[in-house]
Ligand binder design. Structure first.
Ligand code: CAA
Length: 263
């Protein structure tokens, strides 16, 4: 197991899974600039580490995944600084969404505002049954500024996204699951083991195929269907030139487990 701390983030690698833990539990893991920079640095480290197959993002403590952007830090900002901070959050979260390695959010408590937005920038969300989700920014005279107005409607549909954003209401994990905001809800005490099992399952697949699949879904998702299908066909075609595809198809035909070279 490899361990390290990047400022407000704990970084641990176990069984080819990099666990990135936001570590400001006394402030419910609220995102100040330093914490966001540490998340990005940890994610970049995991993407570059050949020993890592999957990234998991979670929060320290029992109460919160991330309770939003740091309100104390934002309170003193003017419009120009606010816009720059929003852009900084969007660019930072894009590093997760565009990661060629799958990123799972293990949502262990409050995922509010920037915390809900951080979870939505991950490829898969698995929530503890006591987690709560919401975009409460309008209560602060703000709007979601880290992708929430866009990613939420893409995940749950415009009507439900509008309701969550305009009411600022929190919803429990079960409701987040019902509307498609999270993929799975698991008992809080089992969150880590259940996420590890999903991560290890994904980590056993072809790394090249995982990266191409993420690229196809993310790039195609924002295009018209014709253009998106063209991208899918190109990426599908590129898989045929890979060692992973040769090994995966050979292993199937030889009735054995594949050993992907990752090339
Ligand atoms: N920013 C800064 N500090 C925060 C915080 C945040 N987003 N959320 C919680 N904290 C701090 C509290 O100020 C408190 O600090 P002190 O002990 O020093 O006073 C500590 O964390 C514990 O919080 P509470 O005492 O409030 O805990 P609670 O159990 O009573 O309430 C809660 C929990 C309902 C989550 C409440 O903390 C809360 O409403 N937090 C703010 C949620 C929010 O509005 N998030 C959106 C932020 S705006 C945003 O994210 C913009 C964007 O889109 C990028």
């Amino acid at each position: 197991m490899e361990q390290g701390t990047l400022a407000a983030v704990e970084y641990t690698v176990q069984d080819r899974v990099a666990w990135i833990t936001v570590n400001r539990p006394k402030k419910l893991n609220a995102l100040n600039r330093e914490t966001v920079e540490a998340i990005t640095a940890a994610a970049t480290r995991a993407v570059e580490d050949p020993e890592v197959a999957v990234l998991v993002l979670t929060g320290a403590g029992e109460k919160a995944f991330v309770a939003g952007a740091d309100i104390a830090e934002m309170a003193a900002m003017d419009a120009r600084e606010g816009q720059a901070f929003g852009r900084f959050l969007v660019d930072s979260f894009d590093v997760l969404e565009r990661s060629p390695k799958p990123v799972i959010a293990a949502v262990n408590g409050f995922a509010l505002g920037g915390g809900c937005e951080l979870a939505m920038a991950c490829h898969i969300r698995i929530a503890a049954d006591n987690a709560r989700f919401g975009q409460p920014e309008v209560s602060l005279g703000l709007i979601p500024g880290a992708g929430g107005t866009q990613r939420l409607q893409r995940l749950v549909g415009r009507g439900k996204a509008m309701e969550l954003i305009l009411t600022g209401d929190m919803i429990p994990a079960a409701e987040a699951h019902r509307i498609g905001l999270v993929n799975q809800v698991v008992p809080a005490a089992e969150l880590r083991t259940r996420v590890a099992a999903v991560a290890e399952g994904i980590g056993s697949k072809s790394p090249v195929a995982l990266a191409r699949a993420i690229e196809a879904v993310m790039t195609g998702g924002d295009l018209g269907l014709d253009d998106a299908m063209r991208i899918e066909s190109s990426l599908f075609g590129l898989c045929f030139a890979t060692g992973d595809m040769k090994e995966g198809t050979a292993a199937f035909l030889e009735k054995r487990k594949p050993e992907f070279p990752g090339t």
